[in-house]
Design a protein around this ligand. Structure first.
Ligand SMILES: C[S@@+](CC[C@H](N)C(=O)[O-])C[C@H]1O[C@@H](n2cnc3c(N)ncnc32)[C@H](O)[C@@H]1O
Length: 266
């Protein structure tokens, strides 16, 4: 997982730059200084946000010590260690005490949590009045392959995703309102990368397809599985590491909600 997250950030760096620029616009001339990254993983969001907001410090929370270890290494390598604090925490449990934040960011993490309503309630409590919560989720897992690969039967990738019947969650608006937020905006980021692709695209495609392959035994026929095995093989001439016909297509939706300013006392 950690490798896929880092490759995702490397290949989709223009998406990360677009989202953080958009958040800068939404922050209305008062850029966030205290950022929370909820389910930070290896820190892809933490680093992109700290790059966008040079005055900010970030607290990265994750339930996985390995993810946080990798995040700390990444922070040191980027010279960001002074601006990043990591907290090992199960966000499904009561949250540790945290300073009020200006911006909370949760990318591809909410759907991993047992109780998203609890996460939204705790995020609301942890933000300062006027603070923003940004939640990014992928609408569908990235697609890389053309329909006609010159291998096996056409349309393999569509059959892979149909077999897995992925569901990345529905509309968050009602849950955000229930938690007390006001909805600022919701925006799909459509990613459609064509040649020339970032250098890591083959490795990213291989890592993603390998993760899918691990769940496919018994769900697809032998011919399709054999084609997929050929594509994810590191050594063969037809593997995605060497193919010149890859593209990267996916959509991420980002919700931005605000903890309203407190009402003036009466
Ligand atoms: C798909 S990764 C996304 C990581 C990162 N936000 C990114 O976009 O690259 C999901 C992360 O959520 C973390 N996570 C899952 N359940 C969690 C929980 N209950 N509390 C804290 N973190 C959790 C996982 O350990 C993992 O690092």
């Amino acid at each position: 997982m950690a490798e896929v997250l880092d490759l995702d950030a490397e290949v989709l760096h223009t998406y990360q730059a677009d989202v953080t620029a958009w958040l800068a616009d939404l922050s209305d001339g008062s850029p966030p200084r205290r950022i929370l990254d909820l389910g930070s993983g290896t820190g892809t969001g933490t680093f992109a946000l700290l790059e966008r907001f040079p005055e900010a410090h970030a607290t990265a929370l994750d339930v996985s010590p390995q993810m946080l270890h990798r995040l700390r290494d990444g922070a040191c390598a980027r010279g960001l260690d002074e601006r990043v604090h990591t907290v090992l925490a199960d966000l499904d449990a009561p949250w540790p005490s945290l300073d009020p934040a200006d911006l909370a960011w949760a990318a591809s993490s909410l759907h991993h949590m047992a109780d998203p309503d609890h996460i939204l309630t705790e995020a609301f409590r942890t933000l300062r009045p006027g603070g923003l919560l940004a939640i990014a989720e992928m609408d569908f897992f990235p697609r890389f392959l053309s329909d006609h690969l010159g291998l096996g039967r056409p349309g393999l990738e569509a059959r892979v995703h149909a077999a897995l019947n992925e569901d990345h969650g529905g509309d968050l608006n009602p849950a955000l309102l229930d938690a007390g937020f006001t909805l600022e905006t919701k925006r799909p980021f459509v990613i459609d990368l064509q040649h020339p692709l970032p250098a890591a695209t083959g490795r990213y495609a291989q890592a993603c397809l390998r993760r899918l392959r691990a769940h496919l035994d018994g769900l697809m026929d032998g011919e399709d599985l054999a084609t997929l095995d050929t594509l994810i093989d590191s050594d063969g001439p037809d593997g995605v590491l060497r193919r010149q016909d890859l593209t990267v297509r996916t959509t991420r939706t980002v919700w931005v909600a605000k903890r309203p300013q407190q009402r003036p006392s009466q």
